[in-house]
Write a protein that binds this ligand. Sequence first.
Ligand code: ADP
Ligand code: MG
Length: 139
Amino acid sequence: MTERTFSILKPDATERNLTGKINAVIEDAGLRIVAQRRIRMTEAQAKTFYEVHKERPFYGELVGQMTSAPVVVQVLEGENAVAKYREIMGATNPEQAAEGTIRKLFAKNVGENSVHGSDSQDNAKLEIAQFFTEDQIVG
Ligand code: ADP
Ligand code: MG
């Protein structure tokens, strides 16, 4: 089934000029980038976005990291896009990520791990709506 997922190329990736290389992995996997914008995430946006993690010890560090440099927010579309993107992203900790995955190829560590991808279709819808209006998504 064709579906959409939400992606962020994180500050550690934009800082190292990896937008194109990561987009190439995404497109080579058959996912279509149907919306994309480079933004500076505000502290309020980052806090809301990662609210589920607010009790975790790394929450402050995570919010600080996400607001430290520009990010690229994206909507990806394709067959089983949510699961497909999680698969090509690789495990949260790059040391555990499979060969060829974005995090294995590019991530610096478990915190600065280059990309975000939605973990469910419901969350994908909520996350997309935080950053894009429907008319900005051209499938
Ligand atoms: P994922 O991004 O793979 O869905 P989580 O939702 O569990 O992972 O965590 C959200 C983000 O929080 C991670 O991508 C990473 O940037 C950060 N994070 C997760 N676990 C840790 C940790 N143990 N130490 C530091 N940062 C972490
Ligand atoms: Mg997650």
